[in-house]
Design a protein around this ligand. Structure first.
Ligand code: ADP
Ligand code: NA
Length: 342
């Protein structure tokens, strides 16, 4: 049987925000108590669209700092960046030869990201899912925490693993692996209950996003406490008081978002938040939300700044993680080469 192992990746493509924290990083922190985990800053995915090199270097360190500041333990688990372990790209090439054009043509994220000008999208953007499959399978990882937008890519990783296992069945057996089990596991989504979807503070119908031109639409993990408080104060709301039941939030996207954020930060439910604040005006709720956001984010922010002031330390953490990740990946890649016939 395959050893249970979780692979998680985050792209270093911009300002990390409260949505990234509540929807991804906080969960990454929680799962380390129950699983062996590999946390990867997927810098090779980032360059599927052009990145300013100086910014990319800074953002690789910033994502790493956020992992560490949020509480991921780089000694008990593995924290590294993808480009330092060449086996990711090496296995991705094999997977490019296993995956079919038709499979990749069906990926909705490529269609969204390439937009109308498909002819001008990079080949890397099209092949992104085969690299993601390699990220997971080069460790023979069995679980991946994925949001809605990555579910289709994880299914593709399963299809690639299965086709590899079938295409090379005899060779897998000759290499000493159980051909019925296959060489690669079929990775499963790691479900930790519904992750909160954090919406823009300026428009509760849009996702909080690094690409929103309005800085007031999101709380960045690098914001200091005055900035956090100011952004909460300026968050869009309606003029009604908060309802006492969740049903009363329907049709009130901005109010719902602030209650959702409060619940996620407090580690409770919207029901519990409304039990406390039902009937309150936003003039009373917003200061409470700002205080809570500052209480949760300020220590992370402070720790991130300390880490960012010591880039040599971050680089040492990444180098150590890359070495440990590389040791696993090199063994798997040796077997893959043998199985493929290299
Ligand atoms: P990607 O383009 O790879 O999804 P993002 O930087 O958009 O990268 O997101 C990184 C992680 O943060 C993903 O797991 C994503 O689901 C999560 N995330 C991003 N935005 C939000 C949001 N507004 N609410 C909740 N989770 C979010
Ligand atoms: Na996203």
């Amino acid at each position: 049987a395959f050893k249970p192992l979780v692979f998680s990746g985050v792209q270093p493509t911009g300002n990390l925000h409260l949505g990234n924290y509540l929807g991804a990083i906080k969960r990454f922190v929680e799962m380390q108590a129950h699983h062996d985990c590999i946390y990867c800053v997927v810098d090779q995915h980032a360059i599927t669209v052009w990145q300013n090199p100086a910014d990319l270097k800074k953002q690789i360190r910033e994502v790493t700092a956020a992992f560490l500041a949020a509480g991921i333990d780089p000694k008990a688990h593995v924290v590294f960046n993808q480009s330092q372990v060449p086996e990711h790209a090496e296995l991705a090439w094999v997977f490019n030869c296993v995956a079919r054009m038709g499979w990749l043509n069906r990926m909705t994220q490529f269609k969204e990201k390439a937009g109308k000008d498909r002819e001008n999208a990079s080949v890397g953007l099209f092949a992104y899912p085969t690299l993601m499959a390699a990220d997971i399978l080069v460790y023979r990882a069995t679980m991946v925490p994925v949001g809605e937008d990555q579910k289709q890519h994880l299914e593709l990783a399963r299809d690639i693993a299965q086709k590899f296992n079938n295409d090379f069945r005899d060779s897998v057996a000759a290499a000493g692996f159980d051909p019925d089990e296959g060489f690669f596991p079929l990775p499963e989504p790691l479900t930790q209950g519904p992750a909160p979807r954090v919406m823009s503070l300026r428009d509760g119908t849009k996702k909080m996003s690094k690409s929103d031109p309005s800085d007031y639409s999101r709380i960045n993990l690098t914001d200091d406490q005055d900035t956090i408080a100011q952004k909460v104060r300026k968050a869009r709301t309606d003029s009604e008081p908060l309802p006492s039941e969740v049903a009363g939030l329907s049709g009130r996207a901005d109010a719902d978002n602030l209650v959702t954020i409060y619940a996620a930060l407090a580690g409770t439910t919207r029901e519990a938040v409304l039990a406390e604040f039902g009937g309150a005006q936003f003039s009373a709720f917003k200061p409470a939300l700002a205080d809570l956001a500052v209480a949760v984010l300020a220590p992370i922010n402070r720790h991130m700044r300390e880490l960012m002031d010591d880039p040599a330390h971050i680089d040492a953490v990444l180098a150590d993680g890359s070495e440990r990740a590389g040791a696993i990946a090199a063994k798997v890649m040796d077997d893959v080469k043998d199985i493929v016939g290299f």
